[in-house]
Design a protein around this ligand. Structure first.
Ligand code: NAD
Length: 704
C-alpha cells in the first residue's frame, strides 16, 4: 500500500485516507492507492464498511491541472470511482475543505456523503475550458435532477454545505465528519439494505425526462452567458445524455468529450490564463522576507468616475474610506453615483438593503486633505493632469503618515515624476484601475524606479483583498494595457481613411471575440478624453493623430453622452446606428490626404489591429515593463475584454505562429508605407528562432 493512501481501523470500519498535501490532488499514486485499498477491503471479511477521507486542508481539490494533457497512467479516475461505487460494502465519504472537480466526483461514487461545516463542493472544470470527466455529469443529475445539476456544472461555482444538504448533494453535516461517517457506514452495514449505486439511480431523472421545458430553459439561459466558449455547451450536452442514453454509454461519451476538450486550444488558453492570473503578482526580485503593511483605512482623492468606483471596492470588503473632493457639491454627486450603483445591485437581488447601508457607512466624505492623516493607503484619482497630480503628492507628503502607501490612478503619466514631488518616493506607486472600477478585475500595479518592496507588496496584497487581479508593471507611457491599446487605436483611424467603415471595423473585432469594437467603445467611454490628451501632447507630433475622432469632437460629437459620436444614438439607446455624415467626413478627410480608399477585408482589419498590439507587447517584454508574456495576457483578458478563450494577445500570437505575424506586419508596413508597423526586434528574433513568447516564460521558470 502506498503511504499516500493509508488504511486505519475503527472496529469493523476501515478508514481510507488520502495523504497528498497540500490539496490531495488525485495523481497516479493516489488513484492506484484508492483502487488497491478497495480491492483489499472488499476481500477482508473483518471489514463491514469503509470511510473515505483526506488529511490536511481538504478531502481532495481534484486532479493536478498541471498534468492535464500529459500522458497519465491507469487506473484512471473513472475506473477508481466505479470501483468505489461497486464495493459490496458501504463506502461513506467524509468531506471537508474545498471538494472540487475529480475530488467531488470521487465522493459521488460513495454510497453516502457527510461534510464538515464550511465544506464547499463543486465542479469548476468549465472554468478551465473543460467539463467533469469522471462521471460528474451523469452522477450529479442522478442525485439532484438534471436541471439542478446544470446550475452547478455550467457556471462551475462551488456550493456551500447548507445548500448542498438542502439539495441532497450531501446527506449530513457534522463537526466530526469522519466519526459520523464511521457511524453511518456501521449503520448501513448493520441494516444490510442493498447499496444504491448513484449511476444506477434513475429516479431523480424522471421529472425532467417527462417534461424537458424547465431543463431546456435553464440550459438556454446558461448558454447565453457562454460568450464563445465551447465547454459550457459541452457540459449541457453531457447532462442531456443522462436523460437520453444508457448510463454506461453516457459515461464513455463524457470521458471522450473531456479528452477532446483537454486538447482544444480554448481549454489550453483558459488554463494558461488560470496560471497567468496567479503568477502576475509574483515579483521576481521581491525579497522573501518582505511583509505587506497593514491597511485598515484608505483615502481616495477625487469622487469622479474612477474615485467612486475605487472606493466601492474597499467598502465592499469592509475597509473604511475617506473620499476627498474639491467641493461639497462634487462630493454629493460622487456619493449619489455610488449609492445609485449599489441600488442597481439591490434591485437585481445581488445585495440587500442592509448590505447597501453597511457599505455606504464605510464611506466618509471630506473637502479637507488633512483628513487623510491616518490613512494607511491613499489613492489619487483626480483629473489626468500632471500639474494637479504633482500638487496633490506635494500636499500628501506633508499630510500622510510616514508608513502610508501613496498611489496614483493615472492612466498614462510618469509615476516617477509624480513620486519626486515627495521626500519619500519609495512609498509611491501606481494603482491603475479600469472602468467601471468596481467591476473590472484588472489592477495594474505600476512599480516606480524607487518603489520599496514593502510598498509594492502592500499594493499587491490589497489588490487581492479587494478581489482584483493585480499585475505588476513598470513605468512607461500608458503602462502595459493602454500602451498596447494605443498601437491598436492608431490603426483603427488609418483603416477608416484607407476604406473601412466604423461598423466594419467594430464587426471584425467583435467577430474576433471582444465584447465591443473600438469605435463603439470610444463612443461609450467618451471621445473627448483622447481628444484632450492629444491636444495636451501637441497633436500628431509622435504619430498619434486621430483626424476623424478629433473632427467629431470639434463638432461636439463626444459619443453616447452627446447622442452622437462615430454612431448615432437615438434617445436613451446604447446601440449606435451608422451615420452617413460620419462616412462623408471620412471620405472627405481621406481625399484631402490624397488617400485612395479601397475595399478592406475582415482578415486585414483583424490582423492590422491585433498584430501591432502583439509587436508592442514584444517591446514591453524587451524593456522589462512586463515580467512575462502571461502578465500581458492577464492585463488584456481582465482589463480590456480580450476573449478569454484566445488566452490573451501573446498566447494567441504563439498559436498563430510568430513567423506569420512577422511576415504580415512587414507586408502591411510595406503596402501602407507605415514603418511603425514593422515587427519589434524581439518578435523578429523569436520568429527567426522558430520560438514563441512562451519560450521566454519557460526560460524565466528555469532561472527561478
Ligand atoms: P473624473 O473627471 O470623472 O473625476 C475626477 C474628479 O477629481 C472630479 O470629481 C474632480 O472634482 C476631482 N478633483 C480634481 N481635482 C481635485 C483635487 N485637487 N482634490 C480632490 N478632488 C479633485 O475623472 P476620472 O475618469 O475618474 O479619472 C480620474 C483618474 O483616473 C485620471 O487620472 C484618469 O486618467 C484615471 N483613469 C480613468 C479611467 C476612465 O476610464 N475614466 C480609467 C483608468 C484610469
Amino acid at each position: 500500500m502506498s503511504d499516500l493512501v493509508t488504511i486505519t481501523r475503527n472496529g469493523s470500519i476501515a478508514i481510507v485516507s488520502i495523504e497528498n498535501p497540500p490539496v490531495n490532488a488525485l495523481g497516479y499514486d493516489i488513484r492506484a492507492g484508492i483502487f488497491n485499498a478497495m480491492e483489499q477491503l472488499a476481500a477482508d471479511d473483518t471489514v463491514a464498511g469503509v470511510v473515505l477521507t483526506g488529511s490536511g486542508r481538504t478531502f481532495s481539490a481534484g486532479a493536478d491541472i498541471r498534468e492535464f494533457g500529459k500522458p497519465s497512467q491507469e487506473p484512471w479516475l473513472p475506473v477508481v470511482i466505479q470501483k468505489v461505487e461497486d464495493m459490496p460494502k458501504p463506502v461513506v465519504a467524509a468531506l471537508h475543505g474545498t471538494v472540487l472537480g475529480g475530488g467531488f466526483e470521487l465522493s459521488l461514487g460513495c454510497h453516502a456523503r457527510i461534510a464538515a461545516p464550511g465544506t464547499k463542493v463543486g465542479l469548476p472544470e468549465v472554468k478551465l475550458g473543460l467539463m467533469p470527466g469522471a462521471g460528474g455529469t451523469q452522477r450529479l443529475p442522478r442525485i439532484i435532477g438534471p436541471e439542478a445539476a446544470l446550475k452547478i456544472i455550467v457556471p462551475g461555482e462551488p456550493v456551500g454545505t447548507e445548500a448542498a444538504l438542502k439539495m441532497g448533494v450531501i446527506d449530513a453535516i457534522s463537526d466530526d465528519p469522519v466519526k459520523a461517517a464511521v457511524d453511518r457506514a456501521a449503520q448501513m452495514a448493520a441494516d444490510g439494505a442493498p447499496l444504491v449505486k448513484v449511476r444506477e439511480n434513475d429516479a431523480p431523472l424522471a421529472a425532467a425526462k417527462a417534461d424537458r421545458s424547465a431543463f431546456e430553459e435553464t440550459a438556454a439561459a446558461l448558454l447565453k452567458k457562454a460568450k464563445g466558449l465551447k465547454a459550457p455547451a459541452a457540459c449541457i450536452d453531457a447532462v442531456r445524455w443522462s436523460m437520453d442514453l444508457p448510463v454506461e454509454e453516457a459515461l464513455v461519451k463524457e470521458r471522450e468529450t473531456f479528452m477532446k476538450l483537454i486538447d482544444d486550444d480554448q481549454s489550453k488558453a483558459q488554463r494558461h490564463i488560470f496560471f497567468a492570473e496567479r503568477e502576475a503578482a509574483k515579483v521576481a526580485d521581491m525579497p522573501k522576507d518582505v511583509k505587506p503593511r497593514d491597511v485598515k483605512k484608505v483615502g481616495v482623492i477625487g469622487a469622479g468616475t474612477m474615485g467612486g468606483g475605487i472606493s466601492m471596492n474597499f467598502a465592499n470588503v469592509g475597509i473604511p474610506v475617506t473620499i476627498i473632493e474639491t467641493s461639497q457639491e462634487a462630493l454629493d454627486r460622487g456619493f449619489a453615483t455610488i449609492e445609485k450603483n449599489y441600488r442597481i445591485s439591490v434591485s437585481r437581488g445581488r445585495m440587500t438593503e442592509d448590505d447597501l447601508k453597511a457599505r455606504m457607512s464605510m464611506l466618509t466624505g471630506s473637502t479637507d486633505m488633512n483628513d487623510l492623516a491616518d490613512a494607511d493607503m491613499i489613492i489619487e484619482a483626480v483629473f489626468e493632469e500632471m500639474d494637479i497630480k504633482k500638487q496633490i503628492f506635494g500636499d500628501l507628503d506633508r499630510i500622510a503618515k510616514p508608513t502610508a502607501v501613496l498611489a496614483t490612478n493615472t492612466s498614462y503619466l510618469n509615476v516617477d515624476e509624480i513620486a519626486q514631488m515627495t521626500k519619500r518616493p519609495g512609498s509611491v506607486l501606481g494603482t491603475h484601475f479600469f472602468s467601471p472600477a468596481n467591476v473590472m478585475k484588472l489592477l495594474e500595479i505600476v512599480r516606480g524606479a524607487e518603489t520599496e518592496p514593502e510598498v509594492l507588496a502592500t499594493a499587491i496584497e490589497i489588490g487581492r483583498r479587494i478581489r482584483k487581479v493585480p499585475v505588476v508593471v513598470g513605468v512607461c507611457f500608458g503602462f502595459v494595457g493602454n500602451r498596447m491599446l494605443r498601437a491598436r487605436s492608431l490603426e483603427t483611424e488609418r483603416l477608416l481613411l484607407e476604406g473601412a467603415t466604423p461598423q466594419q471595423v467594430d464587426a471584425a473585432i467583435t467577430g474576433f471575440g471582444f465584447p465591443m469594437g473600438p469605435f463603439a467603445m470610444g463612443d461609450l467611454a467618451g471621445l473627448d478624453i483622447g481628444w484632450r490628451i492629444r491636444k495636451q501632447m501637441g497633436g500628431s507630433a509622435d504619430g498619434g493623430s486621430a483626424d476623424i475622432a478629433d473632427a467629431l469632437c470639434e463638432m461636439g460629437r463626444f459619443g453616447q453622452k452627446t447622442g452622437r459620436g462615430f454612431y448615432i444614438y437615438e434617445q436613451g439607446s446604447r446601440a449606435g446606428t451608422p451615420d452617413p455624415e460620419v462616412e462623408a467626413l471620412i471620405k472627405e478627410t481621406a481625399a484631402k490626404k490624397g488617400i485612395t480608399r479601397r475595399q478592406i477585408s475582415e482578415e486585414e482589419i483583424v490582423e492590422r489591429l491585433i498584430y501591432p498590439m502583439i509587436s508592442e507587447g514584444a517591446k514591453i517584454l524587451d524593456e522589462g515593463i512586463a515580467q512575462r508574456p502571461g502578465d500581458i495576457d492577464a492585463v488584456w483578458v481582465f482589463g480590456y475584454g480580450f476573449p478569454l478563450w484566445r488566452g490573451g494577445p501573446m498566447f494567441y500570437a504563439d498559436q498563430v505562429g510568430l513567423a506569420h505575424i512577422r511576415d504580415r506586419l512587414n507586408h502591411y508596413a510595406e503596402t501602407t508605407g507605415n514603418a511603425a508597423l514593422k515587427p519589434a526586434p524581439l518578435l523578429n528574433r523569436l520568429a527567426d528562432e522558430g520560438q514563441g513568447f512562451a519560450s521566454l516564460a519557460r526560460k524565466e521558470a528555469k532561472a527561478a
